[in-house]
Ligand binder design. Structure first.
Ligand SMILES: Nc1ncnc2c1ncn2[C@@H]1O[C@H](COP(=O)(O)OP(=O)(O)OP(=O)(O)O)[C@@H](O)[C@H]1O
Ligand SMILES: [Mg+2]
Length: 612
């Protein structure tokens, strides 16, 4: 007996995880080309970005004025007993802070406005691109990693583009302004204060190099956690069925712990670095107090200068801290950006040609000419199909049978052009499927997949998936035709009954009936039906049979059958073995031939008799 959930392809193998995460580790420190391309994302908003930078510059300048005004107040108004002048200066300081408040509020508003739009655009582009990528791409990429790309990587890019750029402008201005102001007021005291700078540079250098490694690790680890979580959630049934909760929890613990440790070590770097910067700030303050105080005593400097210096020194180290963190942001954005751009640059294997035509309404003739196929054609994958030739005339029903892994679903995939043939050609109405648009091809095809997938939503919504504006009457009519109506009206809310994610609250047979209804609604000329392997009860089986017979009437049908009862009326039965059609004919002919078909047939009925 086949166990369907086992076929969900849920492997806990570390190999798969590593394959996906290998990419995460790549990316040197900062790739200029990547950054330049990322900057392109804010181009449409350059007016607002410039405005934000101007406001940031204004805020920086205003914040530099206060210490200078304090100096004026101390030296001129306080020292000379000038209350009116003091009041005026105090008001000026208040006005400067008022302006500072307005400028930074405006700048932050602009930044989040731009930032959210960049996020929105980038996520939208990624989503559309992921939809355009062929199944071949999705086969080879872990869902969780892709998720982490669309959510996490995109947001680090945004951190750089919005906050980062503007902070850079502000911080550089503040630093330059402070240095200039200090030099202007007292070159000697300024140079003495700058004596701590070499230490600062050394500390920043040591920090930045370690931080680069540490922060990159945190990002890889987060992706590992998301990847593992997504896979375990998808495979929960398998995990529970095999009672492997503890193994899986251990595995999760491992990635979770690695994530924790990476964050702790990245954080502790910051915890060592940031206080070190503060310490150097205090050192600079002490220098100013000591040498400044002595100079005041010797009448070389005014008290106001020392007070202003103290305020500037106090402001000096914050931009340095910010700039060193900005470097980390830059690296994160570069690494994240590289991955996001690589995804956006991935060319879909299956693409409409520039001159691809819309197919006119199908007659419904399908032809496979010398079709050979390997899932990974470029990497020397094993051929799954070898020189397959098959013609299905309009209105005919052709059944594919054969052992598991023989290549039946693969043929269906090629007819719908989910993959590109490696050799040969697939023709519909004598047109190569590669010369027409994918959309026009698939709109005229009804595909009932082997693993019937339903979306979260109501049953009715699932049936009208291909034609969202279909009326309730139409939905009911196709449900009746698909023999789904009876079970649907028995559900608590009838057609409004919610389907849970993946359709888990329906049986596999019921899901397949809903999928059949969904296909009937589109009234396609060509039907591709990949029978679910799960054994359904005999009543449901009979219902599916009837639904199919109705569905296939007057249409071309390619049916992949696991229950040989399905195929007895087919116009042609092809037995697939080892990637080739090894026998073909009608049911009776094939039975008479005493070949593989007869073996399959007898085997099935013997097994079934025993099971029943
Ligand atoms: N997405 C894929 N990537 C790589 N190899 C694949 C992929 N899908 C199928 N294969 C391989 O192709 C071969 C044929 O698979 P296919 O799904 O066509 O078999 P099938 O005849 O439909 O089997 P079943 O009766 O179990 O549905 C198998 O050996 C399988 O390992
Ligand atoms: Mg199959």
């Amino acid at each position: 007996m086949s166990f369907t959930i086992g076929s969900a392809g849920v492997g806990l193998g570390p190999g798969r995880l590593l394959e996906g995460f290998g990419e995460e580790g790549t990316g040197g420190s900062v790739d200029r080309q990547v950054i330049v391309r990322l900057l392109g994302l804010v181009r449409p908003y350059r007016g607002r970005m410039v405005a934000a930078m101007a406001l940031m510059a204004l805020a920086s300048l205003l914040s530099l004025i206060a210490p200078y005004l304090t100096k004026v107040a101390v030296d001129q108004h306080i020292a000379q007993g000038d209350p009116v002048g003091l009041l005026r200066t105090a008001l000026l300081i208040a006005a400067a802070f008022g302006g500072l408040y307005l400028a930074s509020a405006g700048q932050q508003y602009l930044l989040s406005w731009v930032g959210q739009r960049v996020l929105y655009t980038l996520r939208g582009r990624l989503f559309r691109h992921l939809q355009a990528l062929s199944l071949g791409y999705h086969d080879n990429h872990i869902v969780g990693v892709t998720l982490s790309r669309v959510i996490n990587d995109v947001s680090v890019i945004n951190d750089l583009l919005s906050q980062g750029l503007v902070t850079l402008v502000g911080d550089v201005l503040v630093l330059v302004g402070i240095v200039a102001a200090m030099l202007a007021m007292s070159p000697k005291l300024a140079l003495l204060t700058f004596a701590v700078l070499p230490l600062m540079v050394l500390a920043t250098h040591l920090f930045a190099r370690r931080a680069q490694v540490a922060f990159r690790q945190t990002r890889t680890r987060v992706a590992a956690v998301v990847g593992d979580l997504a896979e375990d959630l998808a495979g929960m049934r398998v995990i529970q069925a095999f009672a492997q909760e503890s193994t899986s929890a251990e595995h999760f613990d491992e990635v979770n712990r690695a994530n924790r440790d990476a964050h702790v070590s990245a954080m502790s770097l910051s915890f060592v670095f940031l206080p070190a910067v503060e310490f150097l700030g205090m050192l600079a303050t002490a220098i100013v107090l000591w040498f400044g105080g002595l100079s005041v005593a010797r009448d070389e400097l005014t008290l106001g200068v020392v007070v202003a210096f103290l305020a500037y020194v106090n402001r000096f180290f914050q931009p340095i801290q910010e700039l060193s963190q900005l470097y980390t942001t830059l690296q994160a954005a570069s690494a994240g950006g590289e991955r996001v751009l690589a995804l956006l640059d991935t060319v879909p294997e299956v693409m409409d040609r520039p001159d691809a035509a819309e197919t006119p309404p199908f007659e419904g003739r399908i032809e496979l000419q010398d079709v050979s196929f390997a899932y990974r054609a470029t990497e020397g994958g094993l051929p799954v199909l070898r020189k397959v030739n098959l013609v299905i005339e309009p209105g005919q029903t052709v059944a594919l049978v054969g052992q598991t892994g023989a290549g039946k679903s693969t043929i269906a995939n090629l007819v719908a052009r989910f993959y590109e043939v490696t050799e040969g050609a697939v023709l519909i109405d004598d047109r190569d499927v590669r010369t027409v648009t994918q959309a026009s091809l698939r709109q005229q095809m009804g595909i009932v997949p082997q693993d019937p997938f339903l979306f979260a939503g109501s049953l009715a919504d699932n049936i009208r998936f291909g034609r969202p504006n279909a009326s309730d009457e139409e939905v009911e009519a196709v449900a009746r035709a698909a023999h789904a109506h009876d079970f649907i009206v028995q559900m608590p809310d009838g057609y409004a009954t919610p389907v849970l994610e993946g359709g888990v609250n329906l049986s596999v047979g019921q899901r397949q009936l809903v999928c059949i209804a969904r296909v009937v609604l589109n009234d396609p000329r060509i039907i591709i039906l990949d029978e679910a392997t799960a054994s359904v009860d005999t009543v449901t089986e009979a219902m599916i049979q009837q639904a199919l017979r109705q569905l296939m009437e007057g249409r071309t049908a390619l049916v992949i059958a696991h229950r040989l009862t399905t195929v007895q009326d087919a116009d042609l039965i092809c037995v697939i073995d080892g990637g080739q059609i090894v026998e073909r004919g009608r049911h009776e002919e094939l039975l008479a031939r005493e070949g593989i078909y007869r073996e399959l047939y007898e085997h099935q009925f013997v097994v079934r008799d025993r099971v029943d």
